[in-house]
Design a protein around this ligand. Structure first.
Ligand SMILES: [Zn+2]
Length: 303
């Protein structure tokens, strides 16, 4: 009897789970689509469009920096059973091509969310195809395009719920326009335009709002600057009214703190939405709240 009630409670818990579940969570076999995403921003967008009509599982664990992450054998097993796989592309997930080529899952719809978005290099100029910044989602208009790609895949895979997915997209695309307007208005009037950031993640954001980033580390967040590079950044900060050195939660702030001390700056977080801690997710933080925190920090730093 005890065992029966334990199983029954488990069933109840599973059937009450909302659409978005963490990695390793059991996916109930209830006919809803299983959607797998590569890292946090894709996960948040998929949850917003799919709502409670889909089960979304994020591959990169909460709070893990995704540039160097690779899927485990159990992640591959999950992909073999999934209906939809959503990744950013544009060089963000280096493992995707080989993993997709190895899969036998003929049912899997694959969404490269950045498809069709014009790619920029780390200076915010149109990429010549040799290198580009993958962090397209940090421009709200690009986030909208990525949500549209997710919408199209869900509608095709699950046409019975098309109206539901379209309503969600319509609501969030308006919210993204609102967010874009807030960035545009607030950043149009700040007197300074240079930001010093931990890694070159902000080309799309800077390009959209006429800012200029100087990055301590490269596109992938895993390199450490040499002494000459640190000296250049310290000189840049001293001579360009830079007040704040930005770092991000998933990368050690050590280097940013040294540069801040040497140049008389403070430090603050600028979140590239590559990951979100389990606590922040439980507290209801998402793309929109993190982007608004980013905007508040940018305005403070540039005023
Ligand atoms: Zn990055």
């Amino acid at each position: 009897m005890k065992k029966f009630s334990a199983i029954f409670s488990l069933f109840l818990i599973l059937s009450l789970l909302s659409g978005c579940t963490g990695p390793g969570s059991g996916i109930p076999d209830d006919g809803k689509l299983t959607v797998i995403t590569s890292f946090y921003a894709m996960y948040d967008f998929a949850c917003k469009i799919g709502g409670d009509k889909v089960h979304v599982v994020n591959l990169t664990p909460a709070g893990v920096e995704p540039h160097d992450w690779e899927p485990s054998p159990s992640d591959i097993v999950s992909l073999e059973k999934a209906d939809v796989f959503i990744y950013n592309g544009a060089g963000m997930e280096s493992w995707v091509d080989s993993v997709l080529a190895s899969l036998g899952n003929k049912n899997l719809a694959v969404v490269k969310a950045s498809s069709g978005i014009p790619l920029l290099n780390s200076d915010g100029e149109k990429s010549d195809g040799t290198s580009n910044d993958p962090h397209v989602w940090l421009n709200p208009q690009n986030a909208k395009a990525e949500m549209k790609a997710i919408l199209d895949a869900l509608v095709e895979k699950d046409p019975d719920n098309a109206a539901y997915y379209e309503d969600n997209y319509s609501r969030y695309s308006q919210d993204l326009d609102t967010l874009d307007g807030e960035f545009r208005d607030a950043l149009a009037v700040v007197p300074f335009r240079n930001i010093v950031v931990a890694h070159q993640a902000f080309s799309y954001l800077c390009s959209a709002y006429d800012l200029h980033q100087v990055a301590i580390e490269g596109l992938a967040a895993d390199s450490e600057p040499d002494a000459a590079r640190m000296g250049d950044i310290i000189d840049f900060a001293r001579s360009n009214h830079v007040k704040v050195i930005f770092f991000e939660e998933l990368v050690s702030p050590k280097v940013a703190k040294v540069i801040a001390e040497e140049s008389g700056c403070t430090t603050a977080v600028l979140n590239p939405l590559e990951g979100m801690s389990a606590k922040d997710q439980a507290d209801g933080k998402d793309y929109f709240s993190a982007m608004r925190e980013n905007l508040a920090e940018l305005v403070k730093a540039l005023s």
